[in-house]
Design a protein around this ligand. Structure first.
Ligand code: ADP
Ligand code: MG
Length: 509
């Protein structure tokens, strides 16, 4: 696995710092809004639950009605600290909330409370693999802020409405340096960040509901030139749209430049229906927002002891879990990466291994047979009808030689369709194993391990295949395969191929 090219050195020497598109280098920086999974809002007790009737979950504080005061939600700060710890950032001992002033119908109070000059999380990085190459994207900061409401355009009555339920929902805005050099790298970064925030449990990651939305800042330049003017694609809430939107933006910027026009800094929206981006507003600067410290909120003080208390609750991170799978269970890097796509998946694997499944087999079944079915139905591992202990039970019967791999696939089918429902009673495997055995017998799936039962079949096959026998005895090892195949067929697939091979070798001297 190779490290990232030294982009600084390449830039100094006028060499490309990433792959070129039509002779241009692509530069991407991300601002991601992760909705923090607290039960109540960032400065009030109103609920953050999704899907309530419009305007039933915004309270006087969320609307900044006169006489109300915001009170910081400790849970939101804790989640910000967790992200900082996961990404190796500096957690500011003292950070400040500011008012970002702008007018929009979904923001009746006229300002958004955000952190501006001194954010709570500073620096840090996200590392991930893009194919074989290790990429590191540096973070500038992650700051706490409140969400605004939502405009609803009811086309059928020709009116627009405002739903303020989302006002005051806690957000962590995670900002990167312009370190990404291709659409693929940007999407891989977003997927990695999504994995981390859900893994450490600070965000539910539901992109459809807007819990994780990305703004992609995109610019292009000829290698060696200084940074080009960027355009910002707002609110990308699916990895597929993200890829389409960035690709479109790159090409349209190159078209502009090739036609001799300059890029105008702008905020754009991606329209999935046309696959194009269109301008929402042109350049706005920090100065336009008239930021000033919020007089209603004291500085946020995070003591070292608090950070240590949060650190003690941190789970093992995906990278460390993957390394442990390689080290302790002998899995390949690839399999380990697959199994650490989500906490739920890793926990499933851990549970299966704890219930006696051979790690390699557990990995194969989870990332193969099970993942295929889950993907087909769009379900996640927590919805799997096959419990980890049940999969472990099946795998233990494969390892012991009780059933063959092909029979096991049939049993997995039965588990998946709930035709077979083995249960673990009182933590003892005995009863569960008995249910498996009964099922194997009822379906005639038990492998023939008993040498005497196989003996008759072996003799018949040897008698009927004199030519193969002769060839094998004459030194042609391959001829044995034909004989093994015949025995397997005659046994109706119930013989154990490894055992058949051994027995045949013994018989043929
Ligand atoms: P603002 O706060 O005004 O939105 P920033 O300078 O903080 O502007 O940048 C916002 C985002 O844009 C960051 O993720 C940054 O990495 C990215 N960015 C800045 N300059 C460029 C550029 N020339 N091309 C692509 N992305 C950029
Ligand atoms: Mg911005």
């Amino acid at each position: 696995m190779s490290e990232t090219v030294n982009t600084f050195e390449a830039q100094q020497q006028g060499r490309p710092t990433g792959p070129l598109v039509r002779g241009y280098e692509v530069i991407i920086g991300f601002e991601t809004h992760a909705q923090l999974s607290t039960a109540s809002k960032i400065f009030s007790r109103a609920s953050t639950a999704f899907g309530a009737e419009p305007n039933t979950q915004a309270c006087a504080v969320d609307l900044a009605l006169p006489g109300t005061l915001p009170v910081m939600n400790k849970g939101a700060v804790e989640r910000a600290i967790k992200l900082g710890l996961a990404l190796g950032s500096h957690i500011a001992p003292r950070s400040v909330f500011a008012r970002k002033n702008y007018f929009y119908p979904d923001l009746p109070k006229g300002y958004q409370i955000s952190q501006f000059e001194i954010p709570v999380v500073q620096g840090g990085a996200v590392s991930f693999f893009l194919g074989e190459e290790k990429k590191t994207v540096r973070l500038v900061r992650a700051h706490l802020e409140e969400d605004a409401g939502k405009s609803l355009h009811e086309d059928f009555i020709g009116q627009s409405g405002i739903d303020l339920n989302r006002a005051g929902t806690p957000l962590l805005e995670i900002v990167t340096e312009p370190d990404m050099r291709s659409t693929a790298e940007a999407v891989a970064y977003a997927k990695e960040l999504h994995k981390i925030v859900t893994w450490i449990g600070i965000c539910d990651g539901n992109m459809q509901e807007g819990s994780f939305r990305c703004d992609a800042n995109v610019s292009v330049r000829k290698p060696g030139e200084k940074l080009g003017t960027r355009r910002e694609i707002k609110n990308l809430n699916s990895f597929k749209f993200m890829q389409q939107a960035i690709d479109y933006e790159i090409n349209s910027q190159i078209d502009e430049l090739e036609e001799g026009r300059a890029i105008e800094q702008a905020t754009v929206l991606f329209d999935p229906a046309t696959g194009e981006t269109r301008t929402m507003r042109t350049k706005e600067d920090a100065a336009d927002y008239r930021y000033f410290p919020d007089p209603d909120l004291p500085p946020l003080v995070v003591a070292a002891e608090w950070i240590e208390r949060v650190r003690a609750t941190m789970p093992e991170l995906p990278r460390a879990t993957a390394e442990r799978y390689v080290r302790d269970h002998g899995l390949s890097e690839y399999d380990a990466a697959q199994l650490t796509q989500s906490t739920a998946l890793a926990r499933y694997f851990d549970d299966a291994v704890a219930a006696g499944a051979t790690p390699k087999l557990a990995s194969n079944w989870i990332t193969g047979e099970m993942a295929r079915r889950l993907n087909a139905s769009g379900a996640s591992v927590s919805d799997s009808p096959v419990q980890a202990v049940a999969l472990a039970g099946l795998i233990r019967h494969i390892s012991s030689g009780a059933i063959s791999n092909s029979a096991a696939r049939q049993v997995f089918d039965a588990l998946w369709n709930r035709e077979l429902n083995p249960t673990l009673v009182g933590g003892s495997f005995e009863q569960m194993d008995a249910m498996f055995t009964a099922y194997f017998e009822a379906k005639g799936l038990t492998q023939m391990n008993d040498a005497s039962a196989l003996d008759k079949i072996l003799d018949e096959v040897i008698a009927k295949n004199a030519k193969n026998v002769e060839e094998y005895r004459g030194g042609k090892e391959k001829a044995l395969n034909g004989l093994v195949g015949q025995v397997m067929k005659a046994s109706g697939g119930k013989a154990n191929p490894a055992q058949v091979t051994e027995l045949l070798k013994a018989k043929l001297g």
